[in-house]
Design a protein around this ligand. Structure first.
Ligand SMILES: [Zn+2]
Length: 216
């Protein structure tokens, strides 16, 4: 099963990804992780990417495309893949279409996670993170044992500066503007499954499974 997963920050993409890779035994390929791994391992593409990053520039599409092409040919992608964070633009989607075809791993389903704005706002403004160990809490859905203190390491929890409704609006607009052409591209191919991620993880995953033809 070759899957793309898309959704705005706070839509629960991470949680869904974890459930999907367990159920279908395929690797979760986040382009952010992939990029960091290439840089860390100093692969040819990683070194190239680093030179752009050091110059304060975006890593160009052809470098990212080449990394994705490399990654999807690894043996663990034999049964499929869950690609996350790519393609982000129509140009990338068109390039990826050619790559996926060339290596015989075409996209079969695009999961588009949608969340009501109000629910997203509640999730995001309630989020508290530990600046020391990175643990993530939510004042309502996943409170720490002692208010404002990390369960793991005892550090004082903070709220990220951009976890506000105003910033969320900006991010959502950006997300919609940039992903709409990508969604439309796959929609024209009949590959998009819209998932209502406003519900809890179990109910959302039930929809995902149904979309992937494996009904709960
Ligand atoms: Zn902590």
């Amino acid at each position: 099963m070759n899957i793309l997963i898309m959704g705005p920050a706070g839509a629960g993409k991470g949680t869904m990804s974890d459930l999907i890779i367990k159920e279908f035994d395929i690797p979760h390929i986040s382009t952010g992780d992939m990029l960091r791994e290439n840089v860390r391992n100093q692969t040819e593409l990683g070194v190239l990417a680093k030179s752009y990053m050091n110059a304060g520039k975006l890593v160009p599409d052809d470098v990212i495309n080449a990394m994705v092409e490399d990654r999807l040919q690894q043996p663990d992608c034999q049964k499929g893949y869950l690609l996350d964070g790519f393609p982000r633009t129509l140009v990338q989607a068109e390039a990826f279409e050619k790559i996926a075809e060339k290596i015989g791993r075409p996209v079969e389903t695009v999961l588009a996670l949608n969340v009501d704005f109000d629910i997203l706002a509640e999730r995001i403004t309630g989020r508290r993170i530990c600046p020391k160990c990175g643990a993530i809490y939510h004042i309502k859905n996943k409170p720490s044992r002692t208010e404002g203190i990390c369960d793991e390491c005892g550090a004082e929890l903070i709220q990220r500066k951009d976890d506000t409704v105003e910033q969320l609006k900006v991010r959502m607009d950006e997300y919609e503007n940039s992903t709409k052409p990508v969604i439309d591209f796959y929609e024209a191919k009949g590959l998009v499954s819209k998932i209502d991620a406003s519900q809890n993880a179990n109910a959302t995953f039930a929809q995902v499974k149904e979309a992937l033809g494996k009904v709960a």
